[in-house]
Design a protein. Structure first.
Length: 331
């Protein structure tokens, strides 16, 4: 449960969108070598992203029964990793076009959801089309914002703040429930501009993206100051581990009385996560789950395995000459 009132505004919608944009940044970073070298490296990079996406879906299914009131987001990320595996090689113009179409599709899917039942992965709280749009934004952020100058990053932060504030203001003045009292056209219009978070409407998408850009831009500016941000960097290096542990430990605790313990519960969670992350980083470069996922992805996507003789119908190994004769006969 989130805190209510003004204190809860920053914690409703914005953190999950930020998480999604950063996932897009990671998608782009992990694809850098493959995009640069092409060929086998590119194919291996795409395959690795798809395997990673499948693993995220599996982890989602494993922890969801223990999540309590927490809505687990990993399945949406997994779907997007698989669907967007080819995107990092696209040009900026192609990415901009894709982002536009994803924004339109997200708004349309949200509108249609008011009139018919859609698959769970297409609707709130984590509509996959919307999360794909956030991840495409992340790819563009990695290309255009990470290495930008401080003035440019500051301008992006200001623009993002304006978008976030506008969306937050609209959430107070637009009542989507009133749409059910009017015509279907009114319902469709309000659904498209619904400012409620996690809906995937156009306003929600722009507002949440703006909030993510504010945090990322300010973090990039602050990161130039040196290693004083190391605790946050340590926690960020094992975000999957921190997220899964948080879900498993907080899911059984968070109830309707959760906001009563805010902000002590939130502060304790963050400080505890940073402390444990720094301890892990003293010995290891990755968190436990990051290490496990990395090893599985490397094993499954390895391109240096030696050739193996063909297998017969019984499963026994056949000699290469026998396999060659069989192939010749089939041709």
């Amino acid at each position: 449960m989130m805190p209510q009132g003004e204190a809860g505004v920053l914690f409703i919608g914005f953190p999950s969108a930020l998480f999604a944009v950063l996932a897009g940044v990671s998608l782009s970073i992990m694809s850098t070598r493959g995009v640069r070298e092409g060929g086998t490296a590119l194919a291996s990079s795409r395959h690795a992203l798809m395997v990673r996406g499948a693993l995220l879906i599996v982890i989602h299914q494993l922890i969801d029964p223990f999540s309590g009131d927490i809505s687990v987001v990993l399945q949406a990320f997994g779907i997007c990793y698989i669907a967007l595996a080819c995107v990092p090689r696209w040009t900026n113009r192609a990415l901009a076009v894709l982002l536009l179409w994803l924004a339109i599709a997200s708004a349309v899917v949200h509108a249609v959801s008011f009139m018919t039942v859609l698959p769970p992965f297409l609707v709130a709280p984590y509509p996959a089309v919307t999360w794909a749009a956030y991840m495409v934004v992340g790819v563009l952020v990695h290309r255009l914002l990470v290495a930008a100058s401080v003035p440019a990053q500051a301008m992006v932060a200001v623009a993002g703040l304006l978008a976030a504030v506008t969306g937050t203001y609209l959430s107070d003045v637009v009542n989507i429930d009133s749409a059910f009292q009017g015509s279907r056209d009114r319902l469709l219009l309000l659904a498209l501009i619904n400012p409620e978070t996690h809906t995937g409407s156009f306003v929600d998408l722009v507002s949440a993206t703006g909030g993510a850009l504010v945090v990322i831009s300010l973090s990039l500016i602050a990161g130039r100051a040196g290693r004083w941000l190391y605790p946050l960097q340590a926690m960020g290096s094992m975000s999957l581990t921190v997220y899964v542990v948080h879900v498993l430990t907080a899911g059984a605790v968070l109830t309707a009385s959760g906001p009563t313990y805010f902000p002590m519960l939130a502060v304790g969670t963050v400080l505890g996560s940073m402390a444990v992350a720094m301890i892990i980083r003293t010995r290891f470069n990755h968190g436990p789950l990051e290490w496990a996922v990395r090893r599985i992805v490397q094993t499954v996507s390895c391109t240096t395995l030696p050739p193996r003789p063909a297998l017969g119908r019984s499963g026994a190994l056949r000699s290469p000459s026998t396999a060659q004769h069989t192939a010749t006969d089939l041709n």
